[in-house]
Design a binder for this molecule. Structure first.
Ligand code: RM4
Ligand code: MN
Ligand code: MN
Length: 397
C-alpha cells in the first residue's frame, strides 16, 4: 500500500504519462514460420484504429497510434484524410509515422545503404513522403527503422554504406518542418546475419547528430544483445540530450516483441527510474515519445495491449516512488545497500490501489481489462470480421 503522499506522487506521474500504440499490433501476424489467425483481428486500417481506440477508451493513457505507411496508408499521401477521419472516429490521433523501406523486393540489398543509387533514391523518396504525411497528420515523429545490412563478410562496404546513410538522413532532415523530429532506431541483428548498418546506439547517435538538430535516437528494448545494460544507454542518451523515443516490448531470446514486463519488469523499472531521476535532477521533462512495439499472435490483441498499457503505468508509478534525495545522499556516501534499497523498496511497492484511485478520479474503469472483456467487443468483432480473416495470411498489414 502507498501513503497518501506516495499516492499523490503516483497520480502526478500518471497525469503526464502517455504511451503510443502500434497499429501493427492489432492485425494478424505470426512468426517467420507461419501466421496464426484470430477471428477478431483487425483487417483494415479503420479496424486497427478502432481497436486501438478501445485500448485508449479503457486505459485513458494511449491517445495516439503509430502507423506504418505501406500497411496503413495504402495510397500514401492520398490516404491521409481517410486515415485521420478513421482515427478521429475511434477517439485517437495519428502518432509517429513509420516508413517501410524493408518489405519491397528492391530492398533485398538495402534501402538508404543500397549500392544502387536508384534504389537509394526510391527509399529516400518514400521517407520524404512519410515526412509529408506526418505534416498532414500533425504527427511529430518520423520514425524509420532500417533493415539494412549484409549477411556475409566482405560483401558490403561498411564505411561506404555509412556515408550513404549520412547523405540520406541529412536529406530527410532538410525536409522536416520545425515541429517534426526524426527518430533513428537501431538493431544489431535481423534480418541480416553479419552486419547491420545501424547496429547499436552509438551508430544511431552519430547518424542522428550528423543529420541535424531535430534528430534523436530511438531505443527499442528488444534491439539489444542479451546482457546489454539498456538503462545505461538511456542514461547516456539523456545526458547527451539525444533520447527521442522508445519502442517498448519484452524479450527472452531475440527481438521477441513480447508483452512489456512479462519477462523482466525490473529492467523496465530501471529504465523508467533513469528517466525520472534525470527529470528530478534537471527540473525538466525528458522529451521522450513512449511507444509500444509489440505484435501479438498468441494472446488476444486488444487485451494484450490493455495489459501492456496497464503494466507500463504500474512500473512507471513504481519508478516515481524512488526517493531521489535519499538516493543521491547514499550514492555520495557510497552506502551501497541503502542506495540499492531505494530502488528495491520502490519496485516492491504495490501501486495497484493508487492506480485504481487515479482511474476513478478520471472516470475510467478501475480494471480496464475486465471492463473491456465485459463489453463483448471481441465477440462482435469475431462475428463481423471472422469471414474476412479466413485464410488471411499477409504479414502485419
Ligand atoms: C522492427 C522494428 C521496427 C518495427 C518493425 C515492424 O523489428 O522494431 O520498429 O516497425 O519491426
Ligand atoms: Mn521497433
Ligand atoms: Mn523490433
Amino acid at each position: 500500500m502507498t501513503t497518501s503522499a506516495e499516492s499523490e506522487r503516483i497520480h502526478h506521474a500518471l497525469d503526464k504519462f502517455v504511451i503510443e500504440l502500434p497499429s501493427w499490433g492489432f492485425a494478424n501476424t505470426g512468426t517467420r514460420f507461419g501466421k496464426f489467425i484470430q477471428d477478431s483481428a483487425a483487417t483494415s486500417t479503420e479496424e486497427k484504429l478502432a481497436d486501438a481506440g478501445q485500448v485508449h477508451h479503457y486505459t485513458g493513457c494511449c491517445p495516439t497510434v503509430a502507423t506504418h505507411v505501406l500497411w496503413d496508408f495504402p495510397e500514401g499521401l492520398k490516404s491521409t484524410r481517410q486515415v485521420m477521419e478513421a482515427a478521429a472516429k475511434a477517439g485517437v490521433r495519428i502518432g509517429s509515422i513509420n516508413p517501410n523501406v524493408f518489405q519491397d523486393q528492391i530492398y533485398k540489398n538495402g534501402s538508404l545503404g543500397n549500392p544502387s543509387a536508384e534504389i537509394r533514391q526510391k527509399a529516400l523518396q518514400h521517407i520524404l513522403d512519410c515526412v509529408e504525411i506526418g505534416k498532414q497528420t500533425g504527427s511529430r515523429d518520423v520514425s524509420p527503422w532500417f533493415a539494412d545490412g549484409s549477411s556475409f563478410p566482405g560483401t558490403a562496404s561498411i564505411r561506404q554504406r555509412k556515408k550513404w546513410f549520412e547523405e540520406g538522413l541529412r536529406e530527410v532532415h532538410r525536409h522536416l518542418s520545425p515541429q517534426q523530429r526524426l527518430l533513428v532506431e537501431y538493431k544489431p541483428f535481423e534480418p541480416y546475419s553479419y552486419h547491420m548498418d545501424l547496429g547499436d546506439w552509438g551508430m544511431a547517435l552519430i547518424l542522428s547528430r550528423d543529420a541535424g538538430p531535430q534528430a534523436r535516437v530511438l531505443v527499442d528494448t528488444g534491439h539489444h544483445y542479451q546482457a546489454q545494460n539498456i538503462e545505461q544507454i538511456v542514461a547516456w542518451l539523456l545526458s547527451e540530450d539525444m533520447l527521442g523515443g522508445f519502442h517498448f516490448n519484452d524479450r527472452r531470446y531475440a527481438d521477441d516483441d513480447l508483452t512489456l514486463g512479462s519477462i523482466d519488469p525490473y529492467q523496465v523499472f530501471r529504465i523508467f527510474h533513469e528517466i525520472q531521476f534525470f527529470e528530478w535532477e534537471t527540473g525538466r521533462r525528458a522529451d521522450i515519445a513512449y511507444m509500444i512495439d509489440q505484435s501479438h499472435n498468441l494472446k488476444n490483441k486488444i487485451e494484450e495491449m490493455i495489459q501492456t498499457a496497464v503494466t507500463a503505468q504500474e512500473i512507471y508509478a513504481k519508478a516515481a516512488l524512488v526517493n531521489h534525495k535519499k538516493l543521491v545522499h547514499h550514492q555520495m556516501q557510497a552506502e551501497l545497500i541503502d542506495a540499492e534499497e531505494c530502488l528495491k523498496s520502490a519496485f516492491s511497492t504495490d501501486v495497484r490501489p493508487a492506480l485504481a484511485e487515479w482511474r476513478r478520479s478520471k472516470g475510467l474503469p478501475e480494471d480496464p481489462l475486465a471492463a473491456f472483456r465485459a463489453s463483448g467487443y471481441t465477440d462482435r468483432a469475431a462475428h463481423e470480421r471472422g469471414p474476412r480473416n479466413q485464410g488471411a495470411v499477409a504479414s502485419y498489414a
